[in-house]
Design a protein. Structure first.
Length: 443
């Protein structure tokens, strides 16, 4: 009954109802684009491409594009080129003073960096689109190409580039006029779209004789446990007590209010996994998606269920978790802000000692968080080793699960904020939903 009442409350709020309907409309438009095949390709002869993307790294690319990759769709390259460009721009903010200055300029600097991200996305697309067409030539029979030659190549590159730019625009529209972060929601919808068919395939495999109904029940229970663990990782915090003075006269503080600074166990979110997987995809990209690539290095690091691929991925995730936490959490700024507001940590001197304390706490809580993040990332490979089909194993961990959990929590948090602002009960009976960042998700 509480769920029904909450839905009624959501529908009563005109602004929230309009935002939800707008978001739903954009998502339906995006899903429709998946079925629009590139001009010049026979959609009835895509079986080879679908077989290639049924599992492995290609399956991961197909999942992030919402199945458009295996459909040779105008949205085939998905939103990942934009994500890659965003990562590069963020890294430039560490190396180059110009981008460091933009990061400190507030809204104007953010707009400039977003514009540079779009330009870089177009460059990546112009380089990646021809590679995708080479892959189509390798996977599809010659009869699948109604058009051929230079005209087909140039027109397809333009269409693929425009398709991703259009998806970016849809994501921005959701962020501006809808609910949640548009880019995150688009990725999440693509992942969810594959879940029903993959679950049906897994259920058919189990009920058909490979373990039976008991094995399927065990898999579902384990999936629930993994999801619960991921939720705890996303929401986990370490609270640091801070004493604030009620009033300050001269150098003396009178009265006091104790508050807590929540430091997240996984402050880096899903970014370390995205960083690591972007690097791990380089061998297959350099090989040009060629099925004839026989180099031992390329073969080893193209098998996402293999030992070396997952070992290197786990180590990269741990390293990137520390790296990304270091650039997103600034102990010096935290200590300065706390000092300006008349606050101090009991037993710790303000200034340098407070900075060292924050740095020590972040180092300690980041280690278990990074290890847990690495375990979640390689769980699909472990699931495959115990007999779970590769298609269903993708939902046992990795980027897909973290994105699903994080985006759902952040979107629900925004809905709850609308309800509470208008004096309605939130989505939870007790407590409040915690998102990954306490605000809008940014992948």
């Amino acid at each position: 009954m509480r769920l029904i009442q909450t839905i009624k409350n959501i529908l009563k709020i005109e602004d929230l109802r309009a935002r939800l309907l707008y978001t739903l409309g954009i998502i339906l438009l995006y899903r429709f684009g998946k079925y629009v095949t590139l001009p010049g390709i026979d959609p009835s002869q895509l079986e080879g491409l679908r077989n290639q993307t049924s599992s492995g790294i290609m399956g991961l690319l197909d999942m992030f594009s919402g199945g458009a990759f295996s459909q040779a769709s105008i949205f085939a390259l998905g939103i990942m080129p934009y994500i890659s460009a965003s990562i590069v721009i963020q890294l430039l903010g560490i190396v180059f003073p110009y981008y460091q200055k933009l990061q400190k300029e507030g809204e104007s600097g953010r707009r400039k960096m977003n514009q540079h991200t779009r330009y870089l996305t177009v460059i990546i697309l112009i380089l990646q689109a021809p590679t995708y067409l080479v892959n189509l030539s390798a996977q599809l029979p010659a009869s699948a190409f109604i058009l051929k030659g230079t005209f087909f190549t140039i027109s397809s590159v333009i269409i693929l580039t425009a398709g991703t730019i259009f998806v970016m625009w849809l994501g921005e529209k959701i962020t501006d006029k809808g609910i949640g972060n548009g880019i995150s929601l688009i990725i999440m919808i693509g992942i969810i779209a594959r879940l029903p068919s993959n679950f049906v395939f897994e259920a058919g495999t189990r009920l058909g004789g490979a373990g039976g109904a008991i094995a399927l029940i065990v898999e579902v229970v384990l999936l629930f446990v993994v999801v619960l663990g991921t939720v705890l990782l996303v929401q986990g915090t370490r609270r640091v007590p801070v004493q604030y003075a009620r009033r300050i006269v001269g150098n003396k503080q009178y009265g006091g209010v104790r508050q807590y600074i929540p430091l997240k166990v996984n402050a880096a979110g899903v970014m370390p996994i995205i960083f690591a997987q972007a690097i791990m995809m380089l061998p297959i990209i350099i090989a040009g998606f060629s099925v004839n690539a026989t180099s031992g290095f390329v073969v080893a690091f193209s098998d996402m269920y293999g030992f070396w691929y997952n070992l290197v991925t786990a180590l990269l995730i741990i390293a990137f978790t520390y790296f990304y936490t270091a650039i997103t959490i600034n102990p010096v700024q935290m200590a300065e802000d706390m000092k300006k507001n008349g606050g101090f940590i009991p037993g710790i001197k303000p200034g340098r000692k407070t900075v060292e304390f924050f740095d020590m706490i972040m180092s300690r809580i980041t280690l278990p968080g990074s290890i847990f993040l690495a375990i979640i990332a390689i769980l699909p490979a472990l699931a495959v080793q115990v007999g779970v089909t590769p298609q269903f194993a993708q939902f046992y961990g990795g980027t897909s699960l973290l994105i699903l959990v994080g985006v759902v929590l952040d979107t629900l948090q925004q809905i709850e904020s609308h309800l509470l602002m208008r004096h309605y009960d939130g989505l939870m009976k007790t407590g409040r939903i915690k998102g990954r960042t306490g605000g809008v998700t940014s992948i």
